[in-house]
Write a protein that binds this ligand. Structure first.
Ligand SMILES: [Zn+2]
Ligand SMILES: [Zn+2]
Length: 257
């Protein structure tokens, strides 16, 4: 499967979008502002959205895209997330105040969106492609995801802070090729990283102690003005990782597993 990075920044600005990964033409992992690069025909072909969590930078375009593609689609868009995340969306977004309740519109029998709960460790198989929910540790209920074909895998941390369970779950994935991990903060912001439940370079280095990682490490959720500094700190904190196996994830690039 092909994974196209629509957006991977930790904030908007300078044309960069927030987290959204398009898998082939029909599956979206998170629906941040990166989704804005898609045309209406591309939006209408998306059948499944897997959300890591309920924060706006990961789901801002979900309500808008459901509305945009409604007339072009014959079946509901299926949104997969933890039960806790789905409950937050229902209560705080699809509540007929912030946005119409598309779980019942246009009708309860043929709604615009259908919610499917899954928990960390569960696997959803879509036409031979596996999406596996991975543990995350964030300020709200959160998960990461692995995308697995028969031979190869990509793992995505979602938003998380210190999370040994994520790194140990990687051992079970076939042919791990890429690990996309967030690093939202610089090391001088470690107190903020703890408070906001994000990674900074030294926290990743702590988690990776004793972990044998045979995959490319791609960094996401960088805040645009500090991306270069965060990468420098990561390279210093992870001297065992070859320079060409550690880099920033780029919007527009396509990864294959
Ligand atoms: Zn978040
Ligand atoms: Zn985020």
């Amino acid at each position: 499967m092909k994974i196209r990075v629509l957006g991977c920044n930790g904030a908007i600005g300078n044309g960069g979008g927030t987290t959204a990964l398009l898998v082939d033409h029909d599956v979206l992992i998170d629906a941040g502002t990166g989704v804005a690069v898609l045309g209406d025909d591309e939006l209408a072909r998306i059948d499944h959205v897997f959300l890591t969590h309920s924060h706006l930078d990961h789901m801002a375009y979900l309500p808008l895209m459901i509305d945009a593609v409604g007339e072009a689609r014959e079946s509901p868009l299926v949104v997969h997330a933890s039960r806790a995340t789905l409950d937050i969306l229902q209560k705080h977004v699809f509540n007929n105040l912030i946005w119409p309740d598309f779980t019942r519109i246009p009708s309860a029998d043929a709604p615009g969106v259908r919610f499917e709960a899954l928990e960390a460790g569960e696997r959803v198989v879509l036409n031979g492609r596996s999406v596996v929910a991975l543990p995350a540790c964030h300020s709200v209920p959160a998960m990461g995801y692995a995308l697995c074909s028969d031979e190869a895998s990509l793992a995505f941390s979602g938003d998380t802070t210190t999370n040994p369970a994520f790194w140990s779950a990687l051992a079970a994935l076939p042919g791990l090729r890429y690990v996309i991990v967030e690093t939202a903060f610089r090391d001088e912001q470690i107190a903020l990283a703890h408070a906001a439940h994000h990674y900074c370079p030294s926290l990743i280095a702590n988690d990776l102690r004793g972990v044998e990682l045979r995959a490319e490490l791609l960094i996401s959720h960088l805040k645009p003005p500090h991306g270069a500094q965060i990468l420098e700190e990561l390279r210093a904190a992870l001297p065992d990782i070859a320079p060409d196996a550690l880099r920033a994830l780029q919007a527009g690039e396509v990864l294959e597993v």
